[in-house]
Design a protein around this ligand. Sequence first.
Ligand code: SF4
Length: 611
Amino acid sequence: MKTLFILPPQWYPMNPYLSAAQLIGQFKKNGMHAAARDLNIEFFNDILKKKNVLSAVKEAKEFFESFAPEVKANGYCEEKFNEYPRELQTKLLRFIACSEFFSQNEINAEDIAERIEDAVSVMKDKERFYDPEQLFEAKDTLMDALRIISLPFMPSRIMLDNFIANPVYGYDYEDIKLQCSDSNLNMFVDYFNEKIKTEDFAEYSLIGISIFDLSQVIPGLTLAKYLKERTNAHITLGGNYIYKIRESLKKFPEFFEIFCDSVQIGDGEIAAVTLAKAINGEIPIDKVYSLIYKDKNGEIRETETAPLLDMDALAPPCFDGYDFGKYFSADIVLPVQLSKSCYWAKCTFCDFYTGQQCFDIKSVNHAVDEIQSLVEKYGFRHFIIADEAVPPKYYNQFALEVIRRGLKINFYSFARMEKGFTKEVLQNLYNAGARFFAWGYEAESERIMKLINKGIDCSYRKTLLEDAKSVGLWNMCTFMLGYPSETPEEAEATKNTIRNRDLVNSCTPSNFALKKNALLIKETDDAGIKDIVDNGDFHISCNYVINGNPTKNIKKDRMTFQAEFLRQTADALWSLSFTDTDHILLYLSKYGAEWVYNYKLKYKKHNFNGT
Ligand code: SF4
């Protein structure tokens, strides 16, 4: 009995993802066979080819030229857009995207086609990757190529750091079902049709598909449907995203006929092993932990939640069989996880930790043993510690143990801006190999920080950033604009902190989103959030109005600020970073924070619209 765990597109193609490796480790520990297939990285390697860029631009041109007379003859207009049938709306949005592309001079499709395969090789080349001029030109080329490849499917669009679904269609069940079958709306229908050979999956009795982000919903469910139709395996869906939409899924028994046989809810380390045992006939299906499935009578059932995880009892992640040469990084950054959930878990806007049962952390020795064994087994020395946040006192002990063992590693992680991160602790972390932290700064205003319930002393934040800088660490900070009741002055104060690049070396701005699994969802009246509209059964957030401002305006304001900030800092290596963090670690490990900060790019970037 064999199990396969799949990571579907779209996810950033830089390094292996952790969840499948964690599950394989657990299966091995239990004497069971499991393998992983990273279809996300296969997808990016497959599509970023000269022939695909050329055929996409040809298809887009043919569409544009054949549809232009109809647009002219019918006088379609923006005011009536919502009255048009959805097929026509899609065509009009595609027409606009093609028109914008063909009328700009910055990107020449034939030139991008010539350069795309070399750009992919720059990302993987041990010398060229570390030349910033070549790296940033290659990244722009990848982004340009993805834009061109998306033209025949616009307004759905594949990007390096996101997949934008067609906005004409929603995230309710019927629309999701439609999009997962229609090759005109969804490029993954044709892609999987060509890519997936049924015989490649014949040996597996259980196939788990991990969906942890909105960007994977359409591609992941398209894949699930495809495998459900063409294999005899039990198809199960898991991942943080599936946890967040679990209640919606129960409303659609048909979902368990079309897309999968079951979904796994929450932490999978214990639950997935019990599911494999059930598929192997060792236990009945109703004894599997944390499972939602449709029983023989067509009733949706949910089984008992898996027992709490003991982090020290978990097996280390197993990356055996991974083709590391496919990833878009000259050096691999391996993910590890020291803890589950968040030790604070009280920020009002946050849903990051939901689906992880409760906070538990590996003992320091166990954690360092695990990293040491990964270094010895795979020969990689760069790590992302993929925790929601690591407590400072623990982190200090971890650092001292790494130093004591003389382990030569470099790493980064998220962290809370707590007073426990003293200069001494930061120095120990640097000496142990830390090169940057992603600090949750959120908002400059102390009033907003209190509403967020961040639970930190805001007056300490600047001291912490200065201390971190003085020991050689790079400060990346996450920010949030548009929290309910934020005044224009408060927003401006946050923007000013973002602009202070000497302290905030890289930033990740976002705008407030009302998430269905966040604490704030129960207090929207008190927060002054009005006109809440559910984005659909398969979406994890809602639209809303704050101070007369709808979600789309709040997002637009943030995007405008972000694009302007990126333009103003275009010669910096990483003034803003959403998903480039692994690359930042590699550069900091090689060159140090001062070199990276002071480097002025000669190459002129032209992609300034982050998601
Ligand atoms: S924002 Fe960070 S610190 Fe706050 S609850 Fe979420 S994971 Fe924890």
